[in-house]
Design a protein around this ligand. Structure first.
Ligand SMILES: [Fe+2]
Ligand SMILES: [Fe+2]
Length: 395
């Protein structure tokens, strides 16, 4: 955040120290201005037609020592041979149209009718989770921006021919099919409030995200490794549940998306594996740093113009249905520790060893905390979601 914004932000929130910022919640243009500990109040005549994020940490920028940029330059050929090969040629890729009624065919109306018949059986809580997943995919411009904040690997021109830039554009192009397909499916289903969903997408892209990756490709690629696996798991679970609810087409759609996420996970974890080989100390410290800060979800700033806890509420439903849970978070971390053989690293500095110990000990710690929280958990309230015309869903 530039200094001027920071000052304005502080002035609005009445903060004296920048460290208070993460406690501050407010919206401009979203007609709500508030503070975490003073609630939300309506504000009339908001002049600025934009919205600032509800929660932003103090941003550390360019934390990777500049000489380490050379590491990424020297990995160019390696990335071409090992990472770009994980992209699928466009001609071999599925497209959303392959799984949707064809508007140019005579059978279009019947196909839509069939889709809507199947979608009738889908429960509201499942729909909320599917919509939240779709909105997360639809904020793709933010994720491409995030990759292009990373020093040494960003697409400097928009059409750069470095391996890193080629990967980022092609990855984005593959991902773009996910939101498209889910969006069109949900539109045709007739079960959701598309206008509320579209507003949420517009708010979310306008808000961006706060992954705290500090322009460092070490942190950035650890973050994306984690996130691709998280989306692989959640789309896999929505596929399983769609099958249980009798919508085999939807199950196929979610399964296809999950398999893309898996391939992307393979690419990002391979990059980090290589970083562990080249710079074990720097990589293990970045891993520990990312986990200490906690991996925020890409859509954590979502807002529909109404529910100030929309992301938390959506996440609560996803947790209850078992689509994405706190246990998955621990499982992903444990998987990555194993994938990168973090416990077997040798020759680390004192700080590197501390980071190694922290990361390796974290999954069981998260599990213990999670089990205790589960033991205390009461049944959540039933609340309306604007995405499904304010029908009520149990959290
Ligand atoms: Fe995706
Ligand atoms: Fe992905």
């Amino acid at each position: 955040m530039v200094l001027l914004d920071l000052l304005v932000y502080n002035a609005i929130c009445g903060l004296k120290r920048t460290s208070d910022i993460s406690a501050c919640a407010f919206r401009l243009g979203g007609v709500m201005v508030g503070h975490a500990n003073m609630g939300i109040r309506e504000v009339e005549n908001v002049k600025k037609p934009f919205m600032l994020p509800r929660e932003v940490h103090v941003q550390v920028t360019h934390s990777m020592p500049p000489q380490k940029i050379e590491i990424f330059k020297s990995m160019e050929d390696w990335a071409e041979e090992n990472i770009l090969v994980l992209l699928k040629p466009v001609e071999k890729c599925w497209q959303p149209q392959d799984f949707l009624p064809d508007p140019a065919s005579d059978g279009f109306h019947d196909q839509v009718k069939e889709l809507r018949e199947r979608a009738k059986e889908i429960p509201d809580d499942y729909l909320v989770v599917l919509v939240g997943d779709m909105i997360t995919e639809e904020a793709l411009p933010t994720y491409q921006t995030m990759l292009n904040t990373l020093d040494g690997v960003r697409d400097e021109t928009g059409a750069s021919l470095t391996s890193w830039a080629i990967w980022t554009r092609a990855w984005t192009a593959e991902e773009n099919r996910h939101g498209d397909l889910l969006n069109k499916y949900l539109y045709l289903s007739g079960r959701v409030d598309m206008r509320q969903i579209e507003k949420t997408i517009q708010y979310l892209i306008g808000s961006g995200m706060d992954p705290r990756t500090e322009n460092s490709p070490y942190l950035g690629f650890i973050y994306t490794s984690f996130q691709e696996r998280a989306t692989f798991i959640s789309h896999g679970n929505t596929a399983r549940l769609a099958k249980e609810h009798g919508d085999l087409k939807l199950a196929q759609i979610c399964g296809l998306i999950a398999s893309d996420e898996k391939r992307h996970e393979t690419a990002y974890t391979k990059i980090v594996e290589k970083l562990f080989e080249i710079d074990p100390d720097g990589t293990v410290m970045a891993f520990a740093d990312m986990m200490r800060k906690k991996v925020s979800m890409p859509a954590h700033l979502m807002f529909d113009g109404r529910d100030d806890n929309l992301f938390e509420n959506f996440s609560a439903v996803a947790q209850r249905l078992g689509v994405y849970t706190a246990k998955d978070y621990a499982d992903i971390l444990e998987f990555l520790v194993g994938r990168w053989k973090v416990d077997k690293l040798t020759g680390l500095s004192g700080e590197g060893r501390k980071a190694q110990e922290y990361v390796c000990g974290l999954p069981p710690r998260i599990r213990r905390l999670e089990e205790r929280a589960q033991g205390r958990a009461k049944q959540g309230p039933i609340i309306p979601f604007s995405w499904i015309h304010d029908r009520q869903v149990q959290l």
